[in-house]
Design a protein around this ligand. Structure first.
Ligand SMILES: CC(C)(COP(=O)(O)OP(=O)(O)OC[C@H]1O[C@@H](n2cnc3c(N)ncnc32)[C@H](O)[C@@H]1OP(=O)(O)O)[C@@H](O)C(=O)NCCC(=O)NCCS
Length: 162
């Protein structure tokens, strides 16, 4: 259920900055999707930080997914990407990643990094499609089951030499 190519009648996906009013929808998706869910306070803490990118994906004004990234020194760290289970496989995850990279590339010299469960093949495929490559493993990274994290990396846009 829920997977499948949208028809011509399907409204387009919109990506915009997350607002405080989105957070209860975001938390509902997060709680249903993650073994170690972020809390409302954690999402609210990210909102409006100049060093953060917080995005939501909407279709027909309904929040279907979100992405949080934060800038540390010379890298954007993608902390959380999630799409509601019944809305997966329709390009929302890809659209969120594209917008995050577009915003992050305003700091053209920065790269991007993230951790992902080694078993999370859907997410790893998405990140590979978006230019991320595997750069290492953190054994025991996830506290719920001791699973290892794959560390992935993507370069930023080349610096403008003009
Ligand atoms: C990982 C995750 C964010 C991907 O989101 P998504 O919206 O399903 O991603 P996309 O739709 O962009 O891409 C997923 C698949 O749908 C396919 N797809 C993309 N656009 C599509 C469309 N319009 N119609 C049908 N399929 C489409 C993609 O080709 C891709 O196929 P694949 O499974 O063969 O790789 C989602 O699975 C999720 O929320 N998982 C739970 C949370 C999680 O694991 N987050 C990552 C933590 S690091």
């Amino acid at each position: 259920m829920g997977r499948g190519r949208p028809t011509e009648a399907t409204p387009p996906t919109t990506i915009r900055a997350m607002r405080p009013g989105d957070v209860r929808h975001v938390v509902a998706i997060e709680s249903a999707s993650s073994a170690v869910p972020w809390t409302r306070a954690m999402f609210l803490a990210e909102l409006g930080r100049p060093t953060s990118i917080e995005l939501v994906a909407l279709r027909a004004s309904k929040v279907l997914g979100y992405l949080i990234a934060t800038r540390h020194a010379d890298v954007w760290h993608i902390l959380n990407v999630c799409v509601a289970e019944d809305a997966r496989g329709q390009g929302h995850g890809a659209a969120l990643m594209d917008e995050a990279v577009s915003r992050g590339d305003r700091y053209a010299h920065l790269g991007y990094t993230l951790e992902v469960r080694v078993s999370n093949s859907a997410a790893v495929r998405l990140y590979r499609r978006k230019g991320f490559v595997e750069r290492g493993l953190r054994p025991g990274y996830y506290s719920d089951n001791g699973e290892a994290a794959l560390i992935m990396w993507r370069s930023g846009a080349p610096e403008d030499e003009s």
